[in-house]
Design a protein around this ligand. Structure first.
Ligand SMILES: [Zn+2]
Length: 84
């Protein structure tokens, strides 16, 4: 009887550990994905600066959209590389 109880308790503990590890992994992956999406939306692909850094650091910077669409447009760089 004690052996059977030990097996049940052990199986429950191992199951609990596996479920908790899986939940932690899922939350960590979700957090990484959110961080990546935030970086994609709020940091420049070319210079790597964030939106706040650009607006505070560059005196002539008009807006974040201007920086992304004119100053550091990714497609302009691709066209330049293809031209070379
Ligand atoms: Zn930039």
């Amino acid at each position: 009887m004690i052996d059977f109880a030990f097996v049940i308790v052990t199986v429950c503990l191992v199951g609990y550990l596996m479920v908790s590890i899986s939940i932690n992994l899922i939350f960590e992956l979700k957090k990484q994905t959110e961080r990546r999406e935030k970086d994609k939306r709020h940091s420049c692909f070319i210079c790597g600066q964030t939106e706040d850094q650009i607006l505070k650091g560059i005196p002539g910077a008009l807006s974040w959209k201007t920086h992304i669409q004119k100053d550091h447009n990714v497609f302009s760089y691709i066209n330049y590389i293809l031209y070379i």
